[in-house]
Design a protein around this ligand. Structure first.
Ligand code: ATP
Ligand code: MN
Length: 366
């Protein structure tokens, strides 16, 4: 669709290959390649995917530079936590270091902590950076730092211990342990059987255009609005969107999960070509999977302003509904973008609201 007969360069490149196709320089993609050729072209390039998280104007040809003589700090104290290997690039492509990640989370304290403090969390740890082995951790390990706590929770007759933090120092300690992503539960430890939010996680199949996910998010919002429930939007820093409705802690997991499933089922019944509740890859082809299973005991969803442990280091960002129109991808915000939004006081602040799943609401969605 962006093919053009005219080459877009200031000087016509020397192409000896027949059938060269020129395109308008509108989208940015990542390529892997063997080396630069003498004439400044890339040799053996292979397509690695689009990068909606970067804008073309910021891309320059990087040249090797001499090291500055000043040695970077090996360790760094952030919020009183000693960050070891602070200069290590845990995101090698995005050039983001462990110290920078810890600083970012420390800076976002007020915006992150309300959504994760005193909730059990799963942590995605990548001790050797995102290009090495990463794993989920939800229970305590050996030698836990001081501000990371565990709680034993009994459910269905079984007891298990879960990690949680109370303040930003604990969050920074998680980064010190190699933690990148934190995923809180939908309930707080003092009332763990009563969730305080309902989440619809919209997961697109590979070929779904982002515009379709935006429509789906609006669809969920519209349906919740009709029931009198206010909801909030978040882009995940990955592929999809989350729609979350806070609720008073009055209902058990079964009630909340059943409500979420029933609402999602209504969407599938209304638009079976667009939505599915079936997680299997085969049944999802061409559809959006409405993941209502986030609404369960021990299920988690990514925290606000979480930097995703994926190439590009995109951030999960809560947004105003009127920002949805202009959103171009779920992974469009970088750490720098978020800090710029913070400076401009453009960060979304959750309003305090009280609402619950009244009998009328539960009866309307069966
Ligand atoms: P995307 O927009 O790319 O879907 P997402 O954050 O919604 O990003 P999902 O892959 O849909 O990611 O996963 C949904 C949630 O399931 C995650 O936020 C995480 O909390 C949880 N999750 C995923 N994989 C695991 C796992 N291996 N162990 C524990 N929890 C997981
Ligand atoms: Mn998802």
């Amino acid at each position: 669709r962006i093919e053009t007969p005219q080459h877009p360069f200031s000087e016509k490149p020397d192409t000896r290959i027949n059938g060269t196709i020129w395109v308008k320089p509108k989208v940015l993609c990542e390529v892997k390649f063997a080396m630069w050729t003498a004439s400044g072209k890339v040799r053996h390039a292979s397509y690695q995917g689009l990068r909606a998280d970067k804008s073309p104007e910021t891309i320059v040809k990087e040249e090797p530079k001499a090291m500055t003589s000043k040695k970077p700090d090996k360790n760094k104290a952030i919020k009183g936590v000693n960050i070891s290997h602070a200069e290590r690039e845990i995101f090698p492509e995005a050039h983001i270091t462990k110290g920078e990640l810890a600083e970012f989370y420390a800076e976002m304290d007020e915006h992150i902590m309300p959504g994760i403090k005193n909730r059990p969390i799963s942590v995605v740890r990548c001790p050797g950076g995102i290009e090495n082995q990463c794993f989920f951790q939800r229970s305590k390990g050996k030698g836990m730092p001081e501000h990371i706590y565990t709680i034993d929770i009994k459910h269905d007759g079984k007891t298990h211990d879960y990690l949680y933090v109370k303040n930003v120092t604990g969050l920074v300690e998680l980064v010190q342990m190699g933690g990148i992503e934190m995923h809180p539960w939908g309930a707080q430890i003092d009332k763990i059987e009563k969730p305080d939010r309902i989440i619809f996680d919209l997961d697109p199949d590979e070929d779904i255009p982002f515009e379709a996910i935006k429509l789906a998010a609006r669809d969920v919002k519209g349906r919740l609005d009709d029931l009198g429930l206010q909801s909030f939007l978040k882009c995940t820093g990955g592929k999809g969107l989350h729609v979350t409705a806070p609720i008073d802690r009055r209902h058990d997991w079964d009630t909340v999960k059943t409500f979420a499933r029933n609402l999602a089922q209504q969407m599938v019944d209304d638009v079976p070509d667009a939505y599915t509740l079936n997680m299997s890859k085969k049944k999802r082809v061409g559809k959006i999977f409405i993941d209502y299973l986030r609404n369960d005991f021990a299920s988690t969803a990514v925290m606000d302003y979480c930097v995703r442990a994926r190439t590009g280091a995109a951030v999960a960002v809560p947004l105003e509904w009127d920002e949805l129109d202009d959103l171009s991808a779920a992974n469009q915000f970088s750490i720098r973008d978020v800090l710029a939004r913070k400076k401009k006081k453009k960060l979304f602040i959750y309003p305090q609201i009280r609402q619950s799943l009244t009998k009328d609401i539960l009866n309307a969605v069966q």
